[in-house]
Each structure stands twice: as C-alpha cells, then as structure tokens.
Design a binder for this molecule. Structure first.
Ligand code: B16
Ligand code: MG
Length: 219
C-alpha cells in the first residue's frame, strides 16, 4: 500500500543535470579525461568527490591527484556550478513535475527528497517547491552515497514509512540501484539502457502522472 514518494532532485525535479555536466566537463578537459556521453550518464547521481574520482579514474590519473588537489578541483567545479544555477527560477522545474507534486499532495501522499546534492535546499527553494516536502535528506548524514541504499532508506524513514510503502523516482542508474536496494518501488525517468533495472520507466518527466504510474504498477 503506497503512502509516500521519495524524489531525486537533479534530473527529476530540477533541470540541473545539464549544469552538472557543463561544470564537470570543464574539469575533465582540464585534467585531460575525454568527455563522452557514457561518462556524462555514469556521473549522474554520484556525489561530488565520487564524481571527481570517476573522472580521474576514467582518464587513468587516479594516483596523480592527492586529497588537497582533489578538493581544489571539486571546489572549482562547485563554484562554476553555483554560478550556473544562481539564476534558477520556478520555470526550471522539469516539465510536468510541479503538476505531479500538486496531484500527489491533493491525494494525501507524503513526500521527501533523496538527492546526493549539497545544493538541494538552495535549488528546491529557487524552484518554489519546498513546501511539498516533509524533509530533504541531508546527503552528509548517510554513510554511503548512491548506489548504496542508505539515502533512499533515510527518505522513507523521515516520512515514518516502511520502504514497501514508498515509490522512489530517479534519472540515474546509481539512483535506481539505491531505490531497489532499499526495497522501494523504482520509477526511472530517462535513458532506457541506464535505467534498465527500474520497475517502471518513463522517457520524460512529462509522462509522470499518478495514473501512468498506477497503470504500470507491477503485480
Ligand atoms: P553537489 P541528485 C546529484 O544530485 C547529481 O545527479 C550529481 O551529478 C551531483 O554530482 C551530486 O548530486 C552532488 O551534487 O555537488 O551539488 O553536492 O541527482 O542525487 O539529485
Ligand atoms: Mg538525479
């Protein structure tokens, strides 16, 4: 019996995945890692230092940057990213998601956010949707980031719900692993290959409605 929804933010609620990509691409080119669509897809949902590690490993340079050098690169990325998101407005919510949130609220479902981003609070405020959520899980409070289940487990806990009562929504393969590992029903939005383990898949946020989810409810 579903009673709540746990939302990823970047790429599900906010049209910000493109800004993460722009900012990481600059770092990749600076260190000499070739930027590919596959790398861009694999970075989705991965926390900041984990993303940098993946960029360095992909370029075969994991040993060449010590902790201080990594922190400097991560800070540079976040400064660029903060610049890109500084002017976000309510129009930067992904198509259909504001309507979906309103629909869920009217139907009495509880909602939380399970984002890997330390910028989640800022973005949700800029989009003007913070009132829909009982809580934003602090990614620093969970032991391990996506694909570990911890963050989506916490997103059910903050709603006082069991995982079986929660549906999680994600645009990343790592996020779908996290939802499935937490024992929640998973809704993937985006690339069919990256999200092949999702219980329900939509190509676009425009397709995400309660009726469309119920129509695909696994038996
Ligand atoms: P920050 P999500 C994730 O957000 C992004 O998908 C990922 O690209 C980013 O590296 C991560 O947040 C950390 O973000 O650097 O802002 O703390 O998709 O989990 O909402
Ligand atoms: Mg995401």
């Amino acid at each position: 019996n579903i009673k709540g929804f746990a939302f990823d933010m970047d790429g599900v609620l906010a049209d910000t995945a493109k800004f993460h990509s722009i900012a990481w691409r600059q770092i990749a080119e600076e260190v000499g890692t070739t930027w590919t669509p596959e790398l861009a897809e694999n970075l989705k949902g991965i926390d900041r230092m984990g993303s940098l590690d993946l960029i360095l490993t992909t370029g075969g340079m994991a040993d060449e940057y010590d902790l201080a050098a990594r922190e400097a690169l991560a800070t540079k990325k976040n400064d660029n990213y903060r610049n890109l998101i500084s002017e976000l407005t309510p129009d930067d919510a992904l198509p259909g998601m504001r309507e979906f949130l309103a629909e869920l609220k009217a139907a009495g479902y509880k909602m939380s956010i399970a984002s890997a981003s330390k910028n989640a609070g800022f973005i949700v405020d800029r989009l003007g949707i913070s009132d829909y959520f009982e809580a934003i899980v602090d990614p620093a409070s969970v032991a391990a980031g996506k694909p570990d289940p911890a963050i989506f487990k916490a997103a059910a806990d903050v709603l006082n719900l069991a995982p079986e009562e929660v549906i999680g929504l994600e645009d990343s393969g790592a996020g779908i692993q996290s939802i499935n590992g937490a024992g929640e029903m998973s809704v993937g939005i985006g690339d069919a290959d990256a999200l092949s383990d999702a219980d329900i898949l939509f190509a676009s946020t425009k397709d995400v409605t309660l009726a469309n989810i119920k129509a695909n409810w696994p038996k």
